[in-house]
Design a binder for this molecule. Structure first.
Ligand code: ZN
Length: 257
């Protein structure tokens, strides 16, 4: 290396070092945890475990079921006090409709009722206007999505063909995809997805239903598996590889990029 080459090598090093440092300060990957239906098991196990790892997410409430749970202490669903506990822990409260119908099969007036009644109930009982909506069963078409996005900032999908790896540059607020966390897939599979999201600058959105102590089946997840996924999410976050944000806050970060 002659003098001139050495000079340019030093210059390159000086320029690239701060870039490398700032890349480490701002994790490229984003992760959102979402709970659908607001089942009591999510309150009893999910909230507690997420809190242990200092993780917040978005809870999608079926508002007529939260109303019903107020009157029935043995309800499968959370009551409003339990929903508010999520809000107090820093979670976003989103709408999952009022009665969980297949929206595409309803007349327009009934879809509007599902959206408006659920939004007003959350405002009344939680004290915050919901900005994210998850379609029941992921069932949607152009008509239902149009009505949803007139009333909510973000529309989330579920199931079929929606793998949950959103590219921040091209994420459509009307079509945010989610990855279902399947009861009989090893947790390591989702840990690998989290690490891949961190490596590739992806916004990964995971969807959870019931969290059970034992004998998981479709629409449930064993408590230990949930804890293992929270543990590796927290590990990736603490290593500076990923940010864990509610859907609302992740969308705000993406639109600022
Ligand atoms: Zn649902």
């Amino acid at each position: 290396m002659n003098g001139l080459e050495r000079f340019f090598a030093c210059l390159l090093l000086a320029v690239s070092l701060p870039l490398a440092a700032s890349a480490q300060e701002a994790p490229r990957g984003l992760l959102s945890i979402t709970f659908d239906d607001a089942s009591r098991s999510q309150y009893k196990h999910g909230l507690r475990i997420a809190k242990d790892y200092d993780i917040v997410g978005t809870l999608f409430v079926i508002t007529s079921e939260a109303d019903g749970s107020q009157r029935d202490p043995n309800s499968w669903f959370m009551n409003w006090r339990e929903v508010r506990a999520f809000r107090a822990a820093g979670w976003e409260i989103g709408s999952h409709s009022d009665t969980h119908p297949h929206l595409t099969q309803l007349p327009t007036a009934d879809i509007i009722r599902e959206l408006d009644v659920s939004r007003e109930a959350i405002e009344a009982y939680v004290g915050v206007r919901p900005v994210s909506f998850a379609s029941p069963y992921g069932d949607h078409d152009a008509r239902t999505v149009g009505l949803v996005t007139e009333r909510f900032s973000n529309h989330l999908l579920a199931w079929g063909g929606t793998e949950g790896r959103n590219h921040p540059a091209t994420t459509d607020r009307a079509m945010i995809s989610r990855m279902n966390v399947n009861w009989n897939t090893p947790p390591e599979h989702y840990c690998a997805e989290i690490r891949a999201a961190a490596a590739n600058g992806i916004w990964l959105v995971l969807m959870f239903h019931q969290i059970v102590e034992s004998d998981p089946e479709p629409y449930t997840l064993a408590l230990n598996d949930f804890e293992e996924i929270m543990s590796c999410a927290a590990e990736a976050r603490d290593a500076g590889a990923i940010r864990i944000e509610t859907v609302r806050d992740a969308m705000a970060l993406i639109s600022r990029r």
